[in-house]
Design a binder for this molecule. Sequence first.
Ligand code: AMP
Ligand code: ZN
Length: 463
Amino acid sequence: MLKIYNTLSKRKDEFSPLNGGFATMYCCGPTVYNYAHIGNLRTYIFEDLLVRTLSADMPVKHVMNVTDVGHLTSDADSGEDKMELGAAREGKSAWDIAKFYEKKFFEDFDSLNCKRPTVIARATEHIKEMIALVKKLEEKGLTYKTSDGIYYDTSKFPDYHNLVGRAHIEGLKTGARVDFNDEKRNPSDFALWKFSPKDKQRQMQWDSPWGVGFPGWHIECSAMAMKYLGDTLDIHCGGIDHVAIHHTNEIAQAQGATGKQYVRYWIHGEFLIMANGKMSKSGGGFVTLDTLKEKGYSPLDYRYLCLGAHYRTQLEFSYEALTFARNTRLGLMDRIAALKESAETGAKDEAALNAAKAAFKDAMDDDLNASKALAVLWEYIKGGACAGDKLEFIKYADGFLGLSLLEGEAQKPLPQEAQEILEERKAARARKDFKTSDELRDKLSAMGIAVKDTPKGQEWRWK
Ligand code: AMP
Ligand code: ZN
């Protein structure tokens, strides 16, 4: 059974679901006003490892939101809505921006072999639930109105400091960690509903009991998480940056409204950083998965790199480290290819196989120690087990690692020139020009690429 570090208890806790049979899990999804960068994607890879590890023991109901409105340039409710900024930047509507970057996000997500969540919830499709939650908080006397919105009075929620620590919240009062707003009663108070500005036409806005406007970013997650998973969730995940503001505010909203514990296990992933500092979406100049692909890396090289660093330690990105991850992964794929082609028929050793599986799972169950699990995999593959046992073990391990180890895709990607030759060859075969097709096959062969014609079309592999 999984033991996982819980930001709330500040120790590794044994996981047991509230509802005996299955686990409930909510992950903060992307703000879709720009491409996801590889830092964002590191967080989704760690969450995917968690889903896969838990799924080995029980079904997981996994909800992820898409923030397509309300996330302001400062997490603490000041500045402009990132969606409207994206729209102005690209001369498109905010709705089109959201649609475009959401689609792009899931392309990245899929190519990294992250399992699709059970529910994907867009903020703009849950305004009704958000308004209902704000109304509940209002009825409980936890809110107040300012000239620009409805705010949560955090002084009325005594457990406000629980996740991040009292010292941090006290620090807000003296320091300048949140933007100054004259009308706020306490520095940590935050917007639940914002009024549309009078001097500017917003593209995304809705009617509410308080006037036309849009939801605060924090209320989005509490409302959608509770709609799909109930008042008390087992797990809530996100990047480490969400602890102090976003998740702290989510707790205040949910527990303020229901009086029940909101989340039992808060799990946070550390940041990916660059040698010259933080990687930030709004700061620009960030690295995307497409950048890596253009440089000839597979998304799975990046996944392999992430698996090598524990999710609770910072990972400094470098192309040297990524190249090392790629070479290691390709080395693994070569060994697996050889195993698949091996004619060797050694004796099965069920006991040793089960022991290796148990050691692998123990590593994953120990706070998702994927690098240790990878070491178990390498050791077993290099050891004396028969090819059949090794392949069975690889299949088991890949259920956790998500590296497509048995699917062969993971080979060195094709250079552009070879891709073009394959396309030309496809066209030649379609017009039954077999002479050209054979010549192109020879050309590919000289580049180290073998092509086979199958009923599904041509298939290639590195020789
Ligand atoms: P966003 O799309 O900006 O709302 O962020 C999506 C997810 O990425 C959140 O869970 C963030 O906490 C996380 N995140 C943001 N920056 C990084 C980073 N540099 N490294 C890892 N995770 C990050
Ligand atoms: Zn969230």
